[in-house]
Ligand binder design. Structure first.
Ligand code: ZN
Length: 360
């Protein structure tokens, strides 16, 4: 009798791991690019990758140890043609984060994320994925109606080109996946309930995604979540029904969707089932980084089995709801807790796959 093929449910992290406390302290003292910090960054990346691999995670990241200040502005931090008083992201606990504002053209990245990948791949023994920020998030840096001698159209053209370069460099260097962080998708619905802002974000991001071949898009994913900083969110009150139908219009092969922290997971899974396209895979969040409780493998297994009732197995994967410290100074979660949660994700996903594979 032929043996049934074992089922594999892919599982991937989002990106960030809390930085070591001594690195955070040193970063707070001054210039993030101070050469004396180089060895601390290097140690942080090496230790993060070793601990990541020890969880058994089949795909890892560098924990974004060098993304300063955060997942969004790492590529523009330190640009001389910006001012600090840009777009404000308000979180539900009352704190806020701000983007820099562009004050002069031309717009160029100061660094591309493939420079992080170079370092990570020196240490890693398993596939490494790389997260990059979406053009729609960075489009919020052009706040004025217009900047002298630098019209918005030129800014958008420059922005899209920089983002395309960044993705291509990461793909060429062998990133397992390139994940576009699109945390502002759900926030867009909160800012503009008419949906116009969200639609403009989707259109903008698709302008770049459509420059990639179908083959390349199989290695490109998009992450959405309600935000995650200091154990707080920015748009969890926005109904996913307002976001997900548009989200799956993005020309990407993979979607990393925060789900563990949702109040009504079956409702969300129903929407995903309805709008996910046949050539797309959804990685559902089974770990909540902002919940201090460390999920057990059994809890994760239950969440995977629940998702498998809605999503075909060949289109299902698991992930964390978000990074564990998208902003570099966030110490609300410890490194130990982050890795314990990742380990539960890996074990719970594997055991769910075994159970599903054993079904008659
Ligand atoms: Zn996120």
């Amino acid at each position: 009798m032929p043996q049934p093929q074992p089922i594999v449910i892919p599982t991937e992290p989002i990106g960030s791991i809390p930085r070591p406390l001594d690195l955070i302290r040193k970063m707070a003292q001054g210039d993030s690019e101070d050469p004396t910090l180089a060895s601390l960054y290097e140690d942080a990346v090496r230790d993060t990758i070793a601990r990541f691999e020890a969880t058994g995670s089949p795909v890892i990241t560098d924990g974004e140890q060098r993304k300063y200040h955060d997942f969004c502005t790492y590529c523009v931090s330190g640009l001389p043609n910006t001012a600090p008083n840009g777009f404000t992201i308000p979180f539900s606990d009352g704190h806020a984060r701000r983007l820099p504002q562009l004050i002069r053209g031309p717009f160029r990245y100061r660094r591309y994320a493939d420079s992080y990948l170079d370092v990570a791949m020196r240490y890693a023994h398993v596939p490494v994925k790389q997260a990059v920020i979406s053009p729609s998030a960075l489009s919020l840096m052009y706040q004025a109606d217009s900047i002298q001698d630098y019209p918005r159209e030129q800014f958008i053209a420059d922005l899209l080109r920089e983002h395309e370069i960044e993705i291509r460099r990461c793909l060429q260097k062998g990133a397992h996946k390139v994940q576009v962080d699109f945390t502002e998708g759900r926030l867009a619905v909160k800012i503009d309930p008419s949906g116009h802002l969200l639609n403009s974000f989707i259109e903008l991001n698709n302008l770049v995604l459509s420059r990639f071949s179908p083959e390349e898009r199989k290695r490109i994913g998009v992450h959405t979540c309600p935000g995650s900083d200091l154990d707080s969110t920015h748009s969890a009150d926005v109904d996913y029904a307002e976001l997900l139908p548009s989200l799956f219009e993005l020309k990407a092969g993979h979607f990393y969707v925060a789900l563990a922290g949702e109040r009504d997971r079956p409702q969300v899974l129903n929407i995903v089932r309805k709008y996910l396209k046949p050539d797309q895979r959804v990685f559902v969040g089974v770990i909540s980084p902002i919940d201090p409780h460390v999920e057990t493998p059994e809890e994760v297994q239950e969440r995977v089995l629940e998702a498998s009732e809605y999503i075909p197995i060949r289109q299902l994967g698991t992930t964390d709801d978000c990074g564990f410290a998208p902003f570099s100074d966030d110490t609300s979660t410890s490194r130990d807790t982050a890795f314990a949660k990742i380990r539960a994700r890996v074990l719970g996903t594997q055991s769910a796959a075994r159970l599903i594979g054993a079904r008659p």
